[in-house]
Design a protein around this ligand. Sequence first.
Ligand code: URA
Ligand code: SF4
Length: 252
Amino acid sequence: MTNGQALALQYLEQQRALGGNSVILPDPEPRLTPGESPGKSEPPKSDLPPPGLSFDPPSGDLFAADPVQQTRSLAEIATLVAACTKCKLCESRTNTVPGEGPATARLVVVGEGPGRTEDETGRPFVGRAGELLTKILAAIDFPREQVFICNVVKCRPPENRLPQYDEIAACVPYLFRQIELLKPAVILAMGGTAAQTMLNTKQSLGALRNQVHRFRGIPVIVTYHPAALLRNPNWKRPTWDDVRIARLILDS
Ligand code: URA
Ligand code: SF4
């Protein structure tokens, strides 16, 4: 297969995974031409974008009095979250949405905050944006069940407004402790709120894309929020480029 063919195939697979019109894919068996070596032609490592920001918030030590720092499991964090009244979002929530996924997850997805369906069910990304997230993950061969999926704030902001600074500041210790326990290989920050919180910056999403940032040394890839993709399908293609970078790092 020529490079062009491989790219075209990849693009079609992407469109299919992201819910585009169905296409008929050619036989994926590699047909070797003389001089070509067998095996998949993976893009070279140099495809990785340049390093970006690095955020290293101090992690609480074992003897810190803060109960969040004393948690020893994701379930313990969820228990604390369920009883949390540290910000005003507790007043209007139906359920807390701490996040879900296996403790062994190598990929962590961070969104903004629960929406209506999430508030009703206590589960992250289960509405329309969640369905799209599931497809995006499938596009990089990640069954959703293998990914830890969570949000910056664990309670729904009224009318899905942006979480406010004080709410993020109150809630973020839960997220940071989750990541500390999970120790994932890659963090995918979806949308401006997640990206700016994970990297402690006010830079725009557009400025933060296409770099490999770090949170306590863990690579952070920034991309569009699935809800934004529902409004603007033109961002699906750049989103694919971003999650492919996450996949490259996971495979390396
Ligand atoms: N949007 C988010 O940011 N998180 C969810 O859990 C659902 C929608
Ligand atoms: Fe507590 Fe976070 Fe919910 Fe605020 S959003 S009440 S800090 S769990």
